[in-house]
Design a protein around this ligand. Structure first.
Ligand code: FES
Length: 477
């Protein structure tokens, strides 16, 4: 089922908009001068809500410097957070990060019309980001959104350079123990300028050393732009990242951060149930703060080995009886049926923590409406990355390229060799950064990010780790 009646035409008059939830995703339906558009309500720049308060504005263009100016009203949507602009008709950004530097040119006033003057190329340029959009039809007096005709949100239109610049060099402003084996690190900019904005659920890619790149959820307050806060659990069998944070990283050190990126954003719901296990509390903290601030009904069940190992206990206990603390050494395993209750509509369940907890919650939520459960895994599910490693070919539909993916090489690496850059972060199927639309073929899904219905639809895949069941995949790249 991919067509959704989202509103009566009378509900969204000219200039009005409505945010609806489709397949667990917030979608903004906009009436721009009597024409309807539907766009994913999430800015691909930083994941912030875009459609509810974004400004619709017109665009003036001229074919040449002294040519007639043409004005097209209602053409663009500007994100209220960082003013990124998107064409409401195509979702294409008008912001091109590769050419965002302002260059100065000498200006002179000359008489007459010199014949050695050439017209500048370009003008307003399309950027590489494309906002996810949907087809909207008016059927009788109902608006119908067709998700089968979805455009990609996070894939590149033209190939991007693989070496995109690092966003922020941050200074470690404070570091303290928050529980047994958990360090809390506060980061600030070097020059005291505000840190980039973020939304609950966002994470950072942190380059600790040249060969230690790790991802950490932001767990502070989004409206405190002076600091980013992360919580890091010492992994007893880790690969060195958490040990570096605990043992080597000092106040005053500088680290490179890329992001924030949000693949675990808080979707609209009537009621929220949060389930956190251990360090999985970190992305949940700003979520419950936002629900509390906006008056949304919510509950949190927070489990851990023992109270001494559970970070931010004081912070969450301050919310009172909305929070249930569940130390394993006192209460045993989490009582998920009691925490979740009966399957019902309008609930968003957010779960973050160890794999076995997420597996159990996925099982418990199987009978719930599709799109109810949102999970963030720190590691791939057991066995998710296993499978035959055969060669196949990928057709990049928009780039008009055919790329061979040999045995032992990932799709994103093979594409990068051919000059097609797909943004990646975890590269093991847990973060969703590389999610790409599949136009034809059957992916061999090996991620731990897509929902069961997304996986079954075969409309999207994560090419950092997933492969193909057949000899050929056609991707919207
Ligand atoms: S890069 Fe994280 S899922 Fe592909």
């Amino acid at each position: 089922m991919t067509r959704y009646a989202v509103a009566g035409t009378s509900e969204i008059g000219p200039g009005q908009r409505k945010i609806v939830e489709i397949e667990g995703r917030p979608v903004g339906v906009l009436n721009v001068d009597g024409e309807y558009f539907a766009l994913l309500d999430r800015c691909p720049h930083a994941g912030a809500p875009l459609c509810g308060h974004g400004t619709i504005f017109g665009v003036s263009t001229a074919a040449q410097p002294d040519g007639p100016i043409e004005y097209e009203g209602g053409r663009s949507l500007r994100c209220p957070w960082h003013a990124w602009e998107f064409d409401v008709r195509t979702g294409v950004s008008f912001y091109d990060p590769r050419n965002a530097r302002v260059r100065r040119y000498p200006v002179e006033v000359v008489a007459g019309a010199p014949d050695d003057v050439v017209e500048p190329d370009g003008g307003r340029q399309e950027g590489p980001l494309v906002l996810e959009g949907y087809e909207v039809a008016v059927e009788g007096d109902m608006l119908v959104v067709d998700t089968a005709r979805r455009r990609p949100g996070r894939t590149a239109v033209p190939p991007r350079p693989a070496d995109e610049p690092v966003d922020v060099v941050a200074v470690v402003a404070a570091k303290r123990a928050a529980a047994a084996g958990v360090a809390v690190v506060e980061l600030r900019s070097r020059d005291g300028t505000p840190m980039p904005a973020w939304t609950p659920g966002a994470h950072l890619e942190v380059t600790l050393t040249d060969d230690l790149v790790r991802h950490y959820s932001l767990c502070g307050a989004p409206d405190d732009r002076s600091t980013w806060r992360i919580g890091v659990l010492r992994e007893q069998r880790g690969r060195g990242g958490s040990a570096y944070v605990h043992d080597t990283l000092q106040v005053g050190d500088e680290i490179r951060c890329h992001g924030p990126r949000n693949n675990f954003a808080l979707e609209k719901a009537r009621e929220y149930v949060f389930l956190a296990g251990g360090i999985g509390i970190t992305p949940i903290l700003p979520m419950i703060a936002e629900c509390e601030a906006s008056g949304q009904p919510w509950r949190l069940v927070y489990g851990g080995r023992s109270r001494s190992s559970m970070a931010f206990l004081e912070e969450v206990e301050a919310y009172g009886d909305r929070v249930t603390i569940w130390p394993h050494d006192e209460r045993g395993h989490l009582d998920l049926p009691a925490a979740l209750g009966e399957p019902r509509d309008g609930v968003a369940v957010y779960c973050c923590g160890p794999g076995p907890l997420i597996d159990a919650v996925e099982g418990q939520c199987a009978p719930w409406p599709a799109g109810t459960l949102h999970v963030e895994r720190f590691r791939p599910a057991d066995g998710a990355l296993d499978g035959p490693d055969t060669a196949f070919e990928v057709v990049c539909d928009r780039s008009d390229l055919v790329v061979g993916v040999p045995e032992g090489r990932s799709v994103v690496d093979a594409l990068a060799d051919a000059g097609v850059h797909v943004p990646t972060s975890c590269r093991e199927g847990t973060c969703g950064t590389c999610e790409t639309v599949v136009l034809d073929g059957v992916p061999d899904h090996r991620d731990s990010f897509l929902s069961p219905s997304e996986r079954a639809s075969n409309e999207v895949m994560t090419p950092c780790c997933s492969r193909s069941h057949g000899p050929r995949l056609v991707l919207d790249l």
